[in-house]
Ligand binder design. Structure first.
Ligand SMILES: [Zn+2]
Length: 322
């Protein structure tokens, strides 16, 4: 076997769906490379020609060198300017593009999430900046834009997210004479998820786990005539009758798998999500929970994709305007 060329590292075939960090730095060595990428992806596939809105035809465009902080290209014929960052999540940020790209890179390549604290350390930005970047990526780029209902064999389940209440809160509960059990559960957020076996997942926070709430969510997420698997939680009791072939697994009798009847896929996702949140983020407030769900669902839905998840995320950044 020939020796590996250490100046040109090759990646192992096992990591086909990721971009290595070496490949990242090679493709985006500086801000200009990132800007050029956005310019080409959004306006100018060859980097030189773009459609001029004033000439109303394709023209040669040049990079506009100016003190203006907004980077621009101008039409060589009429001077019409295009700002490639306009409308993107980068537009109003003073953080360098390369840092943004790196933040997206680590979010797309990790399996169990990265904390803003780690990004702060790696990029040397403030915690506030790191946190804001992650938040925008989660809520603007990773939000599910595929509203197609799930179909086929679909598992649905709900779960509670949130750790033990803080000591200060426990003391308050005792002082006010509240019921500890109820107070504890009120602090937890409810998450609903449905997943096609071997397919797509959809997850969201819901206000409570009442029958009406869960039924509405199942109806929204799952196509009628699908085979629906749930546990024996009573809120799901009626749901199957009208629309679905409903199979229920008797969790209350400690039965978890019965032939094809189980909810192991959705529970597996919830398990991964919870351990990731515990490991990387310690605690997630209800307010930001949907963003974290977006992030996990985004990766889950691309787990079998060809090509790099990072480039899929970059594609969202250049096509989704905010
Ligand atoms: Zn022009």
């Amino acid at each position: 076997m020939p020796p590996v060329d250490r100046r040109n590292p090759i990646r192992a075939t096992s990591s086909e769906s990721t971009t290595t960090v070496v490949e990242f730095w090679r493709e985006f060595p500086d801000d200009e490379a990132c800007l050029n990428y956005i310019w080409r992806e959004r306006f100018s596939p060859d980097g030189e020609h773009a459609h001029c809105g004033r000439c109303e035809t394709e023209r040669v465009f040049k990079r506009y060198a100016t003190a203006d902080r907004r980077p621009a290209w101008y039409c060589a014929t009429c001077g019409f300017r295009i700002h490639p960052l306009k409308g993107t999540i980068f537009e109003k940020s003073s953080t360098s593009l390369q840092m943004w790209f790196y933040a997206m890179y680590i979010m797309a390549s990790t399996r169990c999430g990265v904390s803003a604290k780690q990004l702060e350390r790696e990029l040397g930005v403030t915690y506030k900046t790191a946190w804001r970047m992650f938040n925008l990526i989660r809520n603007k780029l990773m939000a599910d834009d595929d509203q197609t209902p799930l179909s086929g064999e679909v598992e649905a389940d709900e779960t509670f997210v949130g750790g033990k209440p803080r000591e200060s809160y426990r003391r308050e509960v005792v002082r006010r004479g509240w019921n500890m059990q109820t107070a504890y559960w009120d602090r937890k957020a409810v998450v609903f998820g449905a997943v096609e076996r071997h397919g797509r997942i959809r997850v969201s926070t819901i206000p409570n786990s009442r029958q009406r709430t869960l039924e509405a969510k199942v109806t929204e997420y799952v196509l009628p005539s699908s085979i629906l698997y749930t546990d024996d939680f009573k809120a799901y009791q009626r749901i199957g009758k009208a629309k679905y072939t409903h199979r229920r697994i008797n969790h209350s009798a400690r039965v978890y798998v019965q032939g094809d009847t189980h909810t192991q896929t959705i529970e597996g996702f919830f398990g991964l999500f919870k351990s990731g949140v515990r490991g990387a983020y310690h605690a997630v407030s209800h307010k930001w929970l949907q963003g974290y769900l977006n992030e996990y669902a985004w990766r889950y839905n691309r787990r079998k994709m060809e090509g790099s998840m990072f480039h899929a995320l970059l594609a969202q950044a250049v096509t989704r305007t905010v």
